[in-house]
Design a protein around this ligand. Structure first.
Ligand code: FE2
Length: 135
């Protein structure tokens, strides 16, 4: 779903590419360390993306920013929990690793799909309705 805010659309695109890359990994035969690198890239990218959006909320005085930011915070909390689970998996337990990554991948696709269609779309509506050019 495109929002027509180029910086945000590009970052969403980048995020889905990373999620896709994670989904394509054959985790059952990939070393845990490599999966971990992929996961931390995703976590950092999302963090950077949230910062971009949240700066825009402040610049544009978005009245519903707190609710939106709360969703970002919840996501980051969930990812930190999964990161802990990941670290608790034994190095050669490929099965546990596969289950975690599969579950996480489904969560990521659902979360981003819903967040963009709901919270991000509301922000875009606000920008359009208040005639703000600022991106
Ligand atoms: Fe957002």
């Amino acid at each position: 779903m495109r929002l027509n805010i180029p910086v945000i659309d590009e970052q969403h695109q980048g995020l889905f590419e990373l999620i896709d890359e994670l989904g394509q990994m054959d985790v059952s035969s990939t070393r845990k360390q490599k999966v971990g690198m992929m996961l931390s890239r995703l976590i950092e990218y999302a963090h950077h993306h949230f910062q971009t959006e949240e700066k825009l909320f402040i610049i544009n005085r978005y009245p519903d920013m707190n609710e939106h930011i709360a969703e970002h915070d919840h996501y980051e909390f969930m990812l930190r929990m999964r990161w802990k689970d990941f670290n608790n998996i034994h190095d050669d337990d490929q099965e546990a690793l596969s289950v975690l990554i599969e579950t996480l991948n489904r969560y990521l696709l659902t979360w981003w799909g819903q967040h963009i269609a709901d919270k991000d779309r509301l922000y875009v509506e606000y920008i359009h309705n208040t005639d703000i050019d600022e991106e």
